[in-house]
Design a protein around this ligand. Structure first.
Ligand code: S3P
Length: 424
């Protein structure tokens, strides 16, 4: 198995804190990003208790019980923490200050600041609200019908969480459907959002009731192993209990199109989220075209996909992925430059990547640039390179996958990869 889903873990904590009653969460991701959300909620007066068996209990008393924090809330590296929390805080009648690490302070915030202002919140930030730190003076909100120019679950969720506290209905329309974990989890808390195409609507002023939640394994964490197995072969790799929400499974479709065998076993629904065991068997991969319509469904998997493409026959062209330039780092430049150092024939375009597969990979000194998904993608690439690869700043993998290096070392033989390079 892989650690709990990061997106679902954040939402479980936040909705638990907005609900009435005790929300028990099993399988919460214990990575740094989610610890950040937990710490922020505690600073807002929400009681979050960890029990020795790993279950986490959020004792919610509704958003009305949240208190003005005494100091700045630090979202660390986590865009989800900052943006979703900003949505809730827009409806709270007090002042909150939100900041993050150097990477998060460079990420665009107008996409949430504009709609939250339109709902009636006062939001200040660097560059006219463009970047954190953000100062939020919340209060009475009015519902809006917002058209988001980007397909972003963080934007959608921030607006919906504000909308839950607003007068009237709030709806968000996005150009393509982004991950819908917030909508699904709201249903578990007793409020079923209305969906019409890529528009989702919630009513304001309704009480959420605490729920018992189980967090599935994170497909975005499984991705590194699925790619290693698909490119490695001939063995089979099984990752158990992975969330396979259709808004997240773009990588599985692409790996199949590249020629890998991907099977879903023991499919079931847990807390409104589809879950399955994923079995991948490597066969010779071939290059593919991945266009804009698929990007929201594999937004966090592009670096891993680039590694698969570098190991495939023929050319892979990924387009419509400009959003990657505003993730933890500019992932298009980062992946092109770092994989390039290892010998991959890869170039970043304005909105994607062009990769000519099968250029031999050689060990090199590369850097994650502090980006957890870069760290893990480079470690997987290293398994297929001749000679030793040193991934600098690999520890940031803990942000979404504590213990990644150990799991990779244990799994590599099953992927048909030389064991002696597994620990690199
Ligand atoms: C996330 C949504 C995605 C994703 C991020 C987590 C979420 O960001 O890249 O890792 O939990 O809502 P965007 O929605 O901004 O694309």
């Amino acid at each position: 198995g892989v650690p709990g889903d990061k997106s679902i873990s954040h939402r479980a904590l936040l909705l638990g804190a907005m609900a009435h009653g005790t929300t028990a969460i099993h399988g919460l991701l214990q990575g740094e990003d989610c610890r950040t959300t937990m710490a922020a909620l505690r600073a807002l007066g929400v009681e979050v208790a960890e029990s020795p068996d790993g279950t986490l209990c959020v004792h919610g008393r509704g958003p009305e019980a949240w208190r003005e924090p005494e100091s700045v809330l630090d979202a660390g590296n986590s865009g989800t923490t900052l943006r979703l929390l900003a949505g809730v805080l827009a409806g709270r009648p007090f002042c909150s200050l939100l900041t993050g690490d150097g990477s998060l302070r460079r990420r665009p915030m107008r996409r949430i600041v504009d709609p939250l202002r339109a709902m009636g919140a006062t939001v200040l930030g660097r560059a006219q609200g463009g970047f954190p730190p953000l100062a939020i003076g919340g209060g009475r909100l009015g519902g809006i019908a917002w058209r988001s120019p980007v397909a972003s679950a963080q934007v959608k969720s921030a607006i919906l969480l504000a909308g839950l506290q607003a007068a009237g209905e709030t709806s968000v329309t996005e150009p393509l459907l982004s991950r819908d974990h917030t909508e699904r989890m709201l249903s578990a808390f007793g409020l079923v959002p209305r969906r019409d195409g890529t528009t989702v609507t919630v009513p304001g002023g309704r009480r959420l009731t605490a729920a018992a939640l189980t967090v599935p394994g994170d497909l975005s964490s499984a991705a590194f192993f699925l790619v290693a197995a698909a490119a490695g072969g001939p063995g089979e790799l099984c990752v158990r209990d992975v969330g396979v929400n259709p808004t997240r499974t773009g990588l599985l479709d692409v790996l199949e199109r590249m020629g890998a065998e991907v099977r879903r076993e023991r499919g079931r629904v847990v807390g409104g989220e589809p879950v399955a065991d994923l079995v991948v068997r490597g066969r010779g991969l071939r290059g593919v075209r991945v266009g804009a319509e698929l990007i929201p469904r594999l937004i966090d998997e592009v670096p891993a996909l680039a590694v698969a493409a570098a190991l495939a026959d023929g050319e892979t062209v990924i387009s419509g992925a400009a959003e990657l330039r505003v993730k933890e780092v500019d992932r298009l430049s980062a992946v092109a430059e770092e994989l390039g150092r290892m010998g991959a024939a890869i170039a970043a375009t304005e909105d994607g990547l062009c990769i000519r597969g099968r250029a031999p990979l050689r060990g090199a000194a590369v850097s994650s640039r502090g980006d957890h998904r870069m760290a893990m993608s480079l470690a997987v690439a290293a398994l297929f390179a001749d000679g030793e690869t040193v991934v600098r700043d690999v520890a940031c993998a803990d942000i979404s996958f504590p213990g990644f290096a150990r799991v990779l070392a244990e799994t590599a033989p099953a992927c048909g990869i030389r064991e002696e390079t597994a620990g690199v």
